[in-house]
Design a protein around this ligand. Structure first.
Ligand code: DCP
Length: 220
C-alpha cells in the first residue's frame, strides 16, 4: 500500500443505517468508553466547504449538486478512515463504503449522477481501495423502517432536509437492506451486526448491549 498509516491500525467499527436511524445517539453512547475514538460524520464540513453549504445545495437542486456533494463526501470519509488515533478502537459514523454503495448508487439509479460522473467517483474509489488502508473490522447496522426515520427526520427539522421525502427514505432503506441485511448488493467490507433501531431512546440502551462486547473486545 502506498499510504500506510504509521501507527498500528485500530480495530475499526463503522455505524451504518438510514438517515435518522440514530447513528449520532449510538456514537454519543459509546463516547463514555475510554479505549474508543469516536468519529462523528463530518456534516459540518459538508455544510461549510469554503463557505458553501453543500448539504443545503444538494437538497435545493439534487440533480445539479449530487456529484459535487458525493465527491466531497468521499474525500471527507477518506480523511476519517485515515485519521490516526492512539486508541485501540475507532468508531466511525458511516464510511466511504456506504457513501459509494448506498448514496452514490441511489443517485446513479435515479439519473441524478450521470454515468460518466459516476465513473469518475468510481475511479477515485477504486484507487483508494487499492492504495490506502481503509479496512473495516465490523459494521453495526442500525436497522429501522422508513416510516420511523421519516417521523424522526420531521421532528428534528434539520433545515437542509425539508425536501427529503418518505419515498427517498424508502429507497435508501432498501439499498441498506440489500447491502447489509440480505447481503446481495456489492461486497461487504466486514461482518455485520444488526440492531433494532426502531426502539425509542428509553429502550435502545438494552439493544446497544448486544454489540458493546463485540466492539470493546474487538471481536467480530
Ligand atoms: N448524506 C448524503 N450522502 C452521503 C451521506 C449523507 O446525501 N453519502 C446526507 C443524508 C442526510 C445527511 O447527509 O441528509 C446526514 O445523513 P446521515 O444519515 O449520514 O446522518 P444523520 O444525521 O441523519 O444520522 P442519524 O440521524 O442516524 O444520527
Amino acid at each position: 500500500m502506498a499510504f500506510l498509516n504509521k501507527q498500528k491500525r485500530p480495530f475499526t467499527v463503522v455505524v451504518e443505517g438510514n438517515i435518522g436511524c440514530g447513528k449520532t445517539t449510538f456514537l454519543n453512547h459509546c463516547n463514555k468508553f475510554n479505549n474508543v475514538c469516536v468519529l462523528a460524520e463530518p456534516i459540518e464540513m459538508w455544510r461549510n466547504c469554503n463557505n458553501h453549504n453543500l448539504l443545503g445545495l444538494l437538497y435545493q437542486d439534487i440533480k445539479k449538486w449530487s456529484f459535487t456533494f458525493q465527491s466531497y463526501v468521499q474525500l471527507t470519509m477518506l480523511q476519517q478512515h485515515t485519521k490516526q488515533t492512539s486508541c485501540p478502537i475507532k468508531l466511525m459514523e458511516r464510511s466511504i463504503y456506504s457513501a459509494r454503495y448506498c448514496f452514490v448508487e441511489k443517485m446513479k439509479q435515479d439519473g441524478l449522477i450521470p454515468q460518466a460522473s459516476a465513473a469518475v467517483i468510481d475511479k477515485h474509489f477504486q484507487w483508494i481501495r487499492e492504495n490506502v488502508d481503509i479496512t473495516v473490522d465490523l459494521i453495526v447496522y442500525l436497522r429501522t423502517t422508513p416510516e420511523v426515520v421519516y417521523e424522526r427526520m420531521l421532528k428534528r427539522n434539520r433545515s437542509e432536509e425539508k425536501s427529503v421525502s418518505l419515498e427517498y427514505l424508502q429507497a435508501l432503506h432498501q439499498i441498506h437492506e440489500d447491502w447489509l441485511y440480505h447481503k446481495s448488493l456489492f461486497d461487504l467490507p466486514a461482518n455485520v451486526l444488526v440492531l433494532n433501531a426502531n426502539l425509542d431512546k428509553s429502550a435502545i440502551c438494552e439493544e446497544y448491549l448486544k454489540v458493546e462486547g463485540h466492539i470493546l473486545n474487538k471481536s467480530v
